[in-house]
Design a protein around this ligand. Structure first.
Ligand code: ZN
Length: 194
């Protein structure tokens, strides 16, 4: 099991280094990708950036699985834009915000274990980067994957969600689950006085 480093580890505040595309086919780099996907699933989480396992390189992985989404209510699924997708790897990702629409919701982070807070993010983004074979790819996406991408790319720039959250919404993850699971964003905002 790969340990996930926690807030306070300097690597989480560093600007991660760009990956040399020539190194992508190497066994060491391929092992890094496998380790990251395994660590994300073990946690379990929907995204992971290399600095979270102590590697200061510009690599992120993300995945949303049907079994994570099944537990949600219809309103949660729709409002958050949750949709299952197979694991995706982005190396040296570049993010572009599409349009003006914003979305606010709870986020947690495997490196800020046990807590959650609401973060205002762009509703839609486009990400460009290399995949695990070193091939260029572009993904334009809305909803939850767009949130994950923004959160993970932040990690590569030494930014944690707590830097961007509405601080009044910061709470223990158990509290967020117990009080706000199944509620609409409007209900949550009202309850939190936003
Ligand atoms: Zn995180």
């Amino acid at each position: 099991m790969t340990p996930i480093v926690q807030a306070g580890e300097p690597v989480l505040r560093e600007l991660a280094a760009a990956v040399d595309p020539a190194s992508i086919p190497s066994p060491a780099f391929q092992q890094l990708i496998e380790t990251m996907i395994a660590a994300m699933r073990e946690a379990p989480g929907v995204g992971l950036a290399a600095p979270q396992i102590g590697v200061s390189m510009r690599v992120i992985v993300l995945e949303d699985r049907p079994e994570y989404i099944e537990k949600l209510t219809d309103v949660e699924r729709t409002e958050r834009g949750r949709q299952p997708f197979a694991p995706r790897v982005f190396i040296n990702p570049e993010l572009t915000v599409i349009g003006e629409e914003r979305a606010m919701f709870f986020e947690g982070c495997l490196s800020v274990e046990g807590y959650a807070g609401m973060v205002d993010r762009a509703a839609e983004v486009e990400v460009r980067g290399l995949d695990e074979h070193g091939v260029s790819q572009t993904w334009r996406v809305r909803g939850w994957p767009a949130r994950i991408l923004q959160h993970e790319v932040d990690h590569l720039n030494g930014v944690l969600y707590v830097d961007r959250m509405n601080t009044r919404t910061f709470m223990a993850g158990e509290q967020a689950k117990a009080r706000y699971a199944g509620k609409s964003i409007a209900e949550i905002r009202r309850a939190l006085g936003l």
